[in-house]
Design a protein around this ligand. Structure first.
Ligand SMILES: [Ca+2]
Length: 501
């Protein structure tokens, strides 16, 4: 289960319980919490890395997202995780967001290793209307497209308007699981819309009865955001319970991961990465240090539940899952899985990062009386907890201990913390283990280490593929295609369209 833009501080198990996530937390406290898990800074790079085991810079996907109507894609010569698992005999299903290109049929999920696909091709859709209004305000002089983006395979999914996206994807997951032939191994990639913002004219939407539960959050946008998180958490519970009902949990690996950090710029979104620094679309910890957990069924012996402090990056999933599925990791060829741009405890930050260099406190933090234990999170029940109790796996004491251990401990900020690091002028160096909140720049104290790390970055730069980012193709305009986003470079979609040019 791949959440979109879910911030470090948007799940209650990480220590801030403004928004209770009792299903995610029950999985976390009975699995491995990946405490030092890193993704890429944005949707497309993270997903490219997930599917190939390679850094986005080797895929030409490092620069930005694939925009609506942009003829770019995950390079076709790459073998995806889904294709690898298919080779091992898996049934493969995808639900939700693709965002790895769709200008041609060969780029679509069903041609990249998935047996089935129900979801959308661009970076977001409206939570209820499933359209994409592509106004990327930070890119001047680009056309603004608007169209429907919800597909079954490569065909527009008709008649689903008005269904709340998270619930719709959850029902699809239930159907797929219940109809699965359990004599065959099963891979499902469920890439949620939640908690990404919807279209700019209606950023966040959730069922009113769920919003009502969060009346204690005064800021209406943050309150709706809380409801979006809550429905996502419900989905985790329902999918887990469906796997249980189908008898598939005993030997399942269940992952819950975010693709990048929260959108915390109050003009754009309502997530929280606090106390981590920065917004999505930066290289601060708030953008790349993410909620992630792995839960395994009793037949998969990975030891007990724990907080895992080993460093892990999104490109490590391919070798990890391929190996777990019985594949020989040596067959994967040259990938980046297991390497990192952190060197031991030290992280380097260099270059221009936009203006989101601050620590964004969640709104209404002071109006909320934070409970000191986990009981408040579970007071309205948890489907995952109920299943674990039935399986004899629930451990109350362990859950409590994990809540005590998880909150991030920042150091006391030095007086100049807000401006001591200017990475656009010279690199900054942080000891992330001691200073997870990136307050204290150590670059002047360790010049040799800075040089060594910059040399490593230069090496990666030399090995990188030129960014694919292209201008938007006017032939892709949904107005030319019956108000739909389509693989517009296929002959069947060529047409005379007065909007083009
Ligand atoms: Ca994202």
């Amino acid at each position: 289960m791949y959440a979109d833009d879910l911030g470090y501080n948007d799940v209650s198990y990480n220590g801030y319980q403004q928004i209770p996530t009792p299903n995610i937390d029950a999985l976390a406290s009975h699995g491995k919490i990946l405490r030092n898990y890193y993704g890429e800074w944005l949707c497309t790079p993270s997903r490219g890395s997930l599917f190939t085991g390679k850094y986005a810079s080797r895929l030409g996907l490092q620069h930005f997202i694939i925009k609506g109507g942009e003829d770019s894609a995950l390079p076709i010569n790459e073998t995806t995780l889904a294709e690898r698992l298919k080779e091992l005999g898996y049934d493969t299903h995808m639900i939700g967001k693709w965002h790895l290109g769709y200008s041609r049929n060969e780029y679509l999920p069903t041609n990249r290793g998935f047996d089935t696909f129900f979801g959308y091709l661009n970076g977001l859709i409206g939570y209820y209307d499933h359209t994409y209004y592509a106004n990327l305000l930070d890119i001047p002089n680009q056309p603004v497209y608007f169209g429907r983006d919800l597909f079954n395979g490569s065909t527009l999914a008709e008649g689903r308007e008005g269904e709340y996206a998270t619930d719709m994807f959850t029902e699809s997951a239930e159907d797929i699981i219940m109809n699965h032939d359990t004599s065959k191994p099963f891979f499902m990639y469920m890439a949620h819309l939640a908690v990404h913002t919807g279209n700019s004219f209606k950023k966040m939407e959730a069922p009113p009865e769920v919003i009502e539960k969060f009346k204690y959050i005064k800021d209406i946008n943050r309150r709706i955001h809380a409801a979006v998180v809550s429905v996502l958490d419900d989905s985790v519970g329902i999918v887990f319970n469906t796997l249980y009902k189908k008898g598939m949990l005993d030997c399942s690996i269940v992952l819950f991961i975010s693709d990048n950090g929260g959108e915390v710029d109050p003009r754009l979104g309502f997530g929280s990465n606090y106390p981590l620094r920065g917004n999505k679309m930066t290289f601060w910890e708030g953008a790349v240090h993410l909620p992630a957990l792995i839960w395994t069924g009793p037949q998969i012996n990975l030891g007990g539940s724990r907080i895992s402090k080993q460093l892990m990056h999104v490109c490590d999933w391919l070798p990890t899952l391929y190996g777990a599925a019985g594949g020989n990791v040596e067959d994967l060829g040259p990938i980046d899985g297991t390497s990192s741009f952190r060197l031991g405890d030290m992280k380097i930050v260099s270059g221009l990062l936009g203006d989101a260099n601050y620590w964004f406190e969640p709104r209404e933090i002071d109006s909320f009386n934070r409970p000191s234990s986990y009981e408040w999170v579970f007071k309205n029940g948890s489907i995952v907890k109920d299943v674990l109790v039935e399986m004899g796996m629930w451990d109350e004491e362990n859950t409590n201990e994990i809540y005590q251990a998880l909150p991030i401990q920042c150091i006391k900020p030095p007086p100049d913390y807000a401006y001591n690091c200017q990475p656009e002028i010279k690199p900054c160096l942080f000891n992330i283990t001691a200073d997870p909140c990136e307050y204290s720049d150590l670059a002047d104290a360790y010049p040799e280490l800075v040089n060594e790390m910059m040399d490593i970055i230069d090496m990666y730069q030399d090995e990188s593929m030129p960014p694919q980012s292209k201008l938007i193709d006017p032939r892709a305009d949904p107005m030319c295609h019956n108000f739909q986003y389509v693989p517009w470079l296929e002959p069947e979609y060529y047409n005379e369209c007065s909007y083009a040019e």
